[in-house]
Design a protein around this ligand. Structure first.
Ligand code: MN3
Length: 215
């Protein structure tokens, strides 16, 4: 079986004005679709790594993928799953959008306040050099961390591959230029600022609660 792109959980213009419909359409319909297509092509002769095997295992156990297809699976498998996760992190713009529930408490406890967390994440995202991602992850010791990954690397990948970025993702931000260039051109900081209005904190809280139970 092949990996498939799940439909976006909202209309193509639902994230306006933070993320415009044209950008989202190309990002989902071309970039993400290509990662998924190329992942399936790379795994064509390796059905042992395809569904119905638990899809998340592909990244968690990427060190078991044969060397001949490792780079393809790292790039296209990372691209496939990172985008699937990213779309679910977003929702229609909300005013005064902030973390909620147990995740809000954990953020306050660790970063001092939601604003301090937001400032730290923003600084990391705007400072990331080249193409990659910024994440809020839950580490194996139960602490929160803001991490970055280059290219399509993912915190789901083991520590032997992504080092300190390894963790359970709660929130993702795609900082490849294809994510913002049509609307924001070279001003990544404006895109990161707008991102805060479309974070689905209810979903992040749900993921946090689920992951916390597994530590
Ligand atoms: Mn992307």
């Amino acid at each position: 079986m092949s990996y498939i792109q799940t439909p976006l959980p909202y209309d193509i213009n639902a994230l306006e004005p933070a993320m415009d419909a044209e950008t989202l359409s190309i990002h989902y319909g071309k970039h993400h679709a290509t990662y998924t297509k190329n992942l399936n092509a790379a795994l064509e002769k390796h059905p042992e790594f395809t569904p119905p095997r638990c899809p998340g295992k592909l990244l968690m156990e990427i060190d078991k993928v044969p060397p001949a297809i490792f780079n393809a699976v790292r790039n296209f498998g990372g691209g496939h799953f990172n985008h699937a996760f990213f779309w679910k992190c977003l929702t229609a713009p909300r005013k005064d959008n902030q973390a909620v529930g147990e995740l809000a408490k954990a953020i306050d406890a660790q970063f001092g306040s939601f604003q301090a967390f937001r400032d730290a994440f923003t600084a990391t995202a705007t400072g990331l050099f080249g193409s990659g991602w910024t994440w809020l992850v839950l580490k194996d010791d139960g602490k929160l961390a803001i991490v970055t990954t280059p290219n399509q690397d993912s915190p789901f990948m083991p520590e032997s591959i992504v080092g300190a970025a390894h963790g359970r993702p709660l929130l993702a931000l795609d900082l490849w230029e294809h994510s913002y260039y049509l609307r924001y051109r070279n001003v990544r900081a404006d895109f990161v600022n707008a991102f805060w209005s479309i974070v689905d904190w209810d979903r992040a809280e749900k993921v946090f609660t689920e992951w916390s139970c597994k530590i």
